[in-house]
Write a protein that binds this ligand. Structure first.
Ligand code: SAM
Ligand code: SF4
Length: 355
């Protein structure tokens, strides 16, 4: 149950972690209006860049945030100016009650947009219900169009199911669908133009992601990283591309930068690239924080610092106290992530943090 709210701000007094209007703002003048929520650390796939092949222990259920706790915490973030929620994981669609959760978040005052990042495996049967519940934006992970390579990268994933999931999402009415591909040297880096074309012909936005060294995975080592320049060079063999702006900035969105095709059949189509390693300015426009599956609030994906909002909630802390914890954490958000130094990169798994 959410504790009764009274204002955490005294008129005229500056508040750490807040701008003049009370929005969540850090020491580097970045405003946080976007929260990514890991609703489970469980997954029906086991992607090589995300989870170890074996030896991975799921968190005890009692430690995982209950659905009503997720809604209550989102209420606190919304009170602090957060407007956009992305449900992720682990695989959000394996969390029981996920459709109802979407509906409840849609009812939280101040939340204007709910998105989800999913591997797509369960979309064929769930896309219509998710849309009806209020979900409007979907990012589907798709690293390869080759069924065997897809199965190898995801350790058992079913490409046909994911493609059927994309079709089901389009049929359900989703107009904002993106495909995310983590690019891995020697695995799928020769497929980038094919992946982009696949998306453009279906009115889907392709986005390539640099491999990040998260969770101490052997697979996520530097020699497997494909830099943004190399991705552009690869697609550039088939398509002429020009920079087309940033998702961040005046109207903050996500972390991708965009390039536009200038000629040919796909002229005008855009390609997004998420470059946490190649782009020195990546962190300067960061507009987001993360709520982990265990209820930790992480202002940054790129290091393990967090504050437990679950413990605060279960410990009966007031709304004012919980919102102060959030403000303080945002105030302390580091200027930049630690991922250039593998020894200081996040040790916790991406599934729990929420990729
Ligand atoms: N299961 C869902 C999925 O795969 O889309 C959501 C969770 S997954 C952790 C969220 C995103 O993180 C996916 O797009 C995935 O490809 C990406 N991801 C996972 N591990 C990564 C890594 N080491 N580097 C870069 N992106 C990664
Ligand atoms: Fe599961 Fe997504 Fe991680 Fe793959 S990237 S193992 S689908 S959480």
């Amino acid at each position: 149950m959410t504790p009764a709210r009274t204002s955490a701000r005294e008129p005229g007094l500056p508040v750490l972690g807040a701008d003049a209007a009370g929005a969540l703002t850090d020491r580097h003048a970045r405003t946080i209006r976007y929260l990514r929520v890991s609703v489970t650390d469980r997954c029906n796939y086991r992607c090589a860049y995300c989870m170890p092949a074996e030896g991975w222990a799921m968190s005890p259920r009692a430690e995982v945030l209950r659905l009503e706790e997720i809604v209550a915490l989102i209420g606190h973030f919304a009170a602090l100016g957060v407007e956009r929620i992305r449900l992720t994981g682990g695989e959000p669609l394996v969390r029981r009650g996920i459709v109802e959760l979407v509906g409840q978040i849609a009812g939280v005052p101040g939340i204007r947009e709910i998105a989800m990042t999913t591997n797509g495996h369960l979309l064929p049967s769930m896309a219509a219900d998710l849309y009806a519940a209020g979900l409007r934006s979907l990012n589907v992970s798709l690293d390869s169009l080759d069924p065997q390579r897809f199965a190898a990268l995801t350790r058992g994933g079913d490409l046909a199911r994911v493609l059927a999931g994309l079709d089901a999402a389009a049929r359900a009415g989703f107009a904002d669908i993106k495909v995310n591909a983590v690019v891995v040297a020697g695995q799928n880096d020769h497929e980038l133009a094919d992946l982009a074309e696949f998306c453009w012909t279906r009115d889907i936005q392709p986005r390539f992601i640099e491999l990040m060294p998260i969770g101490q995975l052997e697979f996520a080592r530097p020699e497997n990283v494909v830099t943004t320049d190399r991705m552009l060079a690869s697609v550039g063999k088939r398509y002429h591309l020009l920079p087309s702006g940033n998702e961040c900035g005046v109207n903050p969105r996500g972390p991708a930068k965009y390039w536009r095709v200038t000629e040919g059949r796909h002229a005008g189509r855009r390609l997004g690239i998420i470059s946490p390693l190649s782009d020195d300015g990546f962190c300067a426009t960061c507009n987001r924080g993360r709520l982990t599956s265990l209820g930790g609030f992480r202002p940054c994906l790129g290091n393990d610092e967090e504050v437990s909002l679950r413990d605060a909630l279960r410990g009966g802390r007031s709304a004012v106290e919980i919102e102060k914890l959030i403000r303080d954490a945002v105030h302390g958000k580091l200027a930049a992530h630690n991922m250039h130094d593998v020894a200081r990169a996040p040790r916790d798994a991406m599934t729990g943090i929420g990729g």
